[in-house]
Ligand binder design. Structure first.
Ligand code: B16
Ligand code: MG
Length: 217
C-alpha cells in the first residue's frame, strides 16, 4: 500500500524550465557567450549553484567567489521577474486531476524540489493548499541524485520511504527516488528516464485507475 505521494515541481507541475532558460541565457549573453535550449536540458533538476558552474564551463569562464555569488543573485532576480505573473493557466495538464484524487482519498502529498522558489510558485498557481509538506532547495544540503530531498519529504509526511511514490522529470530526480527506495515515475522521455519504474510523457497519460492501483498495491 502506497501512502505518500511526492511531486517534483519544475517539469512535473509547471514548466518553469523555459523561464530558467531565459534568465540563464541573459546572464550568458551578458558574459559574452551563447547558451542554447539544448544546453538548458543539462540544468533540469540541478541546483542553482551547480547550474552556474555548468554555465561557466560552457562559456569557458573563470569567476572569483564574489563574481560567482553576484551572478547567482542576478540570475535569480531575472528569473523572479519571469515568474512574477504565473497563474493557474501554467499548471501542466491533468496534474490537478491527480492531486484532487489524492486529496479526496486523504493520501498525504509532498513537494520535493531543488528550487528555492518552489513555495511562491505553488502559491501563484494556486496549488499550495494541496501540499501537506514542502521540501525544497531551502531545506536540503545535498542535491539530487542524493535522496535527501525525498527522504525528508517522507519524514515530514510521516510515511515510510518504501511507501512513497515520486513523480520526476529529471534523471537525477529518478535516481534520487530509486536511492530512497521509493516508487519512481518518470514524466517525460522514456528513453532518457529509463531508470524509472513507470514512464509517462505527461499526466494526461496517467489514469485514476493507475493511481488507485498504486495506492492499493
Ligand atoms: P532555483 P525541480 C529545479 O526544480 C529546476 O529543475 C532546475 O533547473 C533549477 O536550477 C533548480 O530547481 C533550482 O531552482 O534557482 O529556483 O532555486 O525540477 O527540482 O522542481
Ligand atoms: Mg524537475
Amino acid at each position: 500500500m502506497k501512502k505518500g505521494f511526492i511531486f517534483d515541481l519544475d517539469g512535473v507541475i509547471v514548466d518553469t524550465a523555459k523561464y530558467h532558460y531565459l534568465a540563464w541565457k541573459k546572464l550568458a549573453n551578458d558574459l559574452g557567450f551563447e547558451f542554447t535550449k539544448e544546453q538548458n536540458e543539462l540544468f533540469k533538476g540541478v541546483s542553482r549553484k551547480r547550474c552556474l558552474e555548468i554555465l561557466l564551463e560552457i562559456g569557458n569562464r573563470e569567476a572569483t567567489q564574489e563574481e560567482f555569488d553576484t551572478w547567482m543573485i542576478e540570475k535569480n532576480i531575472d528569473y523572479l521577474k519571469y515568474i512574477e505573473n504565473m497563474d493557474a493557466s501554467e499548471i501542466l495538464s491533468d496534474v490537478p486531476k491527480v492531486l484532487e484524487y489524492l486529496k479526496q482519498n486523504n493520501i498525504p502529498i509532498a513537494l520535493g524540489s531543488a528550487s528555492k522558489n518552489a513555495r511562491p510558485i505553488l502559491e501563484k498557481v494556486g496549488l499550495l493548499p494541496y501540499f501537506d509538506a514542502i521540501v525544497d532547495g531551502n531545506n536540503v544540503t545535498k542535491a539530487k541524485p542524493d535522496p535527501e530531498v525525498f527522504l525528508l519529504a517522507a519524514t515530514q509526511l510521516n510515511v515510510k520511504s518504501e511507501d512513497c511514490v515520486v513523480f520526476e522529470d529529471a534523471v537525477a530526480g529518478v535516481q534520487a527516488a530509486n536511492a530512497a527506495k521509493m516508487t519512481s515515475i518518470g514524466i517525460g522521455d522514456k528513453n532518457v528516464l529509463n531508470e524509472a519504474q513507470h514512464n509517462f510523457n505527461d499526466f494526461t497519460e496517467i489514469s485514476i485507475e493507475f493511481i488507485k492501483d498504486l495506492i492499493e498495491k
